[in-house]
Design a protein around this ligand. Sequence first.
Ligand code: SF4
Length: 276
Amino acid sequence: MNRISIPYDPVEGKTYSLFGKSDSTDEYYQRIEEIADRVIKTWKEPEQLLKAIQSKSKRIRVLRIITGRKENSLFNSWLKQLLHEHLDDYTSKAAKHLRNLSLAKKLWDRCQGTTLEQYQLYMLEIEITNRIHVQQFLESGVKIALLPHCLKDFTTECKSTPDSFDYRCRHCSKNCYEHYISRLLTKYHIETYIWMGAGISKKAKEVYSNHQTLGILGIACIPELVWGMRKCRKYHIPVIGLPLDANRCARWMGEFHRNSINLERLEKLISTSGIG
Ligand code: SF4
């Protein structure tokens, strides 16, 4: 890992923070790894497990919003207990945020309306998706990373510029996470973009027409990351991802606040072999 001189202080999110009660996110990653180990050991079929988690997380949201109560029969109590026991520290504001949301937002804004149970299932889904896909991602002929623009240094005027696909960091600030992430990923031959909405299907067509394979690495807040990963899985694109340390962008906070990711964890993810 390159020497990183950017500060890594705890950040609070609107609904979640991977720092929890710690001054680092290492504990979160250790906990989610342990949970995934236990769940995979019990379930044995990771692909089926992923489908089951995806299906549970959909039904829970709808039922919680419409009935306002928990539906134990649909939510395996062992898994629920495991997630609550180990992940409540990281999602402590989710329930309050949901209580204060209008019914219309709860129903129609799936990002803002994410429930506590969904956050915790999504955390597990990201970890298991990474394990299933990482090897195939690393073996892809073209690997791209899509970074959220909320990791920029907001104290300076960003010099990133578009290329034929999307925006590229021009490394103008050493106080910017995008700078460190793109340096790190380039070292691993991953094309890194600040994602401003470029069409993935166009990129996929271009890659496949050159008889190459495509792998995608996403970085985003937890709900956005999960939906992006699901979309990639739907199109059989090997996808891996790392969640932002908290949800702090204008969508959640009204204005942008400095955010971070665990850079060591990112490097660990792209130098691992997964469970495939
Ligand atoms: S380092 Fe890159 S992303 Fe950060 S402000 Fe400069 S050009 Fe923009």
